[in-house]
Design a protein around this ligand. Structure first.
Ligand code: S3P
Length: 433
């Protein structure tokens, strides 16, 4: 589906962005691993998280859905059922990486995970290799891609140092560690989102952090109290960018998750002099169980270029395409480095962002691990290909609202992966809804 986004006069009003995708995936998985029923309020209703519900059903969990409120009756930590068919993870990389952590310990049972065309290009060796150190048995296609088959085995705990900070890999290993012997430690070169750790703490797991290392002790069972999923800061980021870029904008985004490991984009934007007011969580060293929320008050303003360093990248990984877009409108240069992970997201996001924005009039160059943009005061407009990637589709839409001639986004339907109501929300803010 191709959609044209015309230049907007200003975005005004209040929107509650969709529920957090990362937290929804984790709530469904931990719910399925729990022995007692788990209530989840405001579960994300989008393609990726529907894949997770289908997956946990295939593994034997019962899921009652009342709109976005769920009750999950799990199988318990060690009792996942072997499904008759491969599990379809759809487009969900998080599901592809987290699920093997649970399944690797289901002794005597085998599971195959497969997904769409984009999933089949996303590497699973990053979880398969450390899981094998724990005694897991996995077979991936051409050594590193889906379909991947996991044969459940008795696992032993390990201490692993990750070369690249990845919440998905860290989470996978922590989940595997729950049913392994002893305590599992994962170290990262820099901090990444910590939703899994917070939720495991709530589930009664003995888990603690020491700097860049997190250690979880194995458990007999998980006991999770009710979970309320906040609005997703990564989805909110598209509306924030639109509000900052389109003259005359002033908007309020309600109930957004502000866990500090997710608000890197807002910190970068504030450094660029963007106006985003809100009660952001400050960096916490100790593990805390809660997911803080805040309303965010966004207004249009002039921007300055900035440099984004490698240790900030995991804290803003999904929002980096928007940093490039903001850079087009900012005074001076905006440079992102240390972000080679962008090449293995739902699409190669370095190529998609650079070629896409250049086609709209940007002065932008790709580097091996990021990009450099020289602000030219705005964007002309034109056509941009989403490459089937939800975040590139939504970046293209925001570019259109802020451009001088409008933007046609090819493959706008990709937005449904994380934000099915995106166009309706934009319409309501631009006075069309
Ligand atoms: C996610 C972690 C990030 C992010 C992805 C969701 C998660 O991936 O890009 O959209 O929910 O754990 P990596 O951990 O691989 O960087």
């Amino acid at each position: 589906m191709n959609i044209r986004f015309e230049p907007a006069e200003g975005l005004t009003g209040t929107v509650t962005p969709p529920a957090d995708k990362s937290i929804s995936h984790r709530a469904a998985l931990l719910g399925a691993m729990s022995s007692e029923p788990v209530r989840i309020a405001n579960y994300l209703q989008a393609a990726d998280t529907t894949s997770t519900l289908e997956a946990v059903r295939a593994l034997g969990a019962l899921v009652e859905e009342h709109g976005s409120d769920l009750v999950i009756r799990g199988t318990g930590l060690r009792e996942a059922r072997e499904p008759d068919e491969p599990i379809d993870v759809g487009n969900a990389g998080t599901l592809l990486r987290l699920l093997p952590g649970w399944l690797a310990s289901q002794e005597g049972r085998s599971f195959t995970l497969d997904g769409d065309e984009s999933i089949r290009r996303r590497p699973v060796d990053r979880v398969a290799e450390p899981l094998r150190l724990m005694g897991a048995e996995l077979e991936a296609t051409r050594g590193r891609f889906a379909p991947v088959t996991i044969h459940g085995r008795h696992l032993r705990s390990v201490s692993v140092e990750l070369e690249v900070a990845s919440a998905q890999v860290k989470s996978c290993l922590l989940l595997a560690g729950l049913a392994a012997d002893g305590a599992t430690t994962v170290g990262e070169p820099s901090r990444s989102r910590d939703h899994t750790e917070r939720m495991l703490l709530r589930a009664g797991v003995s888990i603690h952090r020491n700097g860049r290392h997190v250690t979880a002790v194995n458990a007999d069972e998980l006991a999770l109290d009710a979970i309320e999923v906040p609005a997703d800061p990564s989805s909110a980021a598209f509306l924030i960018a639109a509000g900052v870029l389109v003259p005359g904008s002033r908007l309020l985004l309600a109930n957004v998750g502000v866990n500090w490991t997710r608000t890197g984009f807002i910190r970068i934007l504030r450094r660029m002099r963007g106006i985003v007011l809100g009660d952001l969580e400050s960096e916490v060293e100790e593990l805390v169980p809660d997911e803080p929320v805040s309303d965010l008050d966004v207004a249009h303003g002039a921007l300055e270029g900035t440099v984004v360093h490698a240790d900030e990248v995991p804290l803003a990984i999904d929002e980096l395409p928007l940093v490039a877009l903001l850079g087009c409108f900012a005074e001076g240069e905006t440079v992102v480095g240390g972000a080679q992970e962008l090449r293995v997201k739902e699409s190669d996001r370095i190529a998609g962002v650079v070629e896409g924005l250049r086609g709209l009039g940007a002065d932008i160059e790709a580097t091996d691990d990021g990009f450099a943009v020289t602000g030219t005061g705005g964007l002309r407009g034109g056509t941009i290909d989403s490459r089937g990637d939800h975040r590139l589709a939504m970046m293209g839409a925001v570019a259109g609202l802020a451009s001088s001639e409008g933007v046609e986004v090819l493959g706008m339907d990709a937005a449904a992966v994380s934000y099915p109501r995106f166009q309706e929300d934009l319409l309501s803010l631009t006075g069309g809804g």
